[in-house]
Design a protein. Structure first.
Length: 88
């Protein structure tokens, strides 16, 4: 019985909860992670640039005030913020 329990423990250690990672999916995931990381790192600069443009030439950003775009932009930022939270 001990050897069968040991064998089942070995198979549980290598379990990935049904997700099998292949080299192709791992490289595409790391590529996507890299792109998302770069976009996340650049976001403060985008905000700063937008603020400078808004202060220097407010007419350049009047298209943002039309329709529901402000709500969509705020929802996108809030979703991104919520998705990066971690339970500790």
């Amino acid at each position: 019985h001990a050897s069968s329990a040991s064998a089942s423990n070995d198979s549980n250690e290598h379990s990935t909860d049904g997700d099998v990672e292949t080299p192709a999916s791992t490289s595409s995931n790391s590529r996507v992670d890299s792109i998302l990381s770069d976009l996340t790192s650049g976001f403060p600069f985008f905000v700063l640039l937008s603020a400078i443009v808004g202060l220097r030439a407010p007419a350049a950003l009047t298209w943002v005030n039309g329709g529901n775009l402000i709500s969509v932009m705020l929802a996108t930022v809030m979703l991104g913020t919520g998705m990066t939270l971690e339970k500790k």
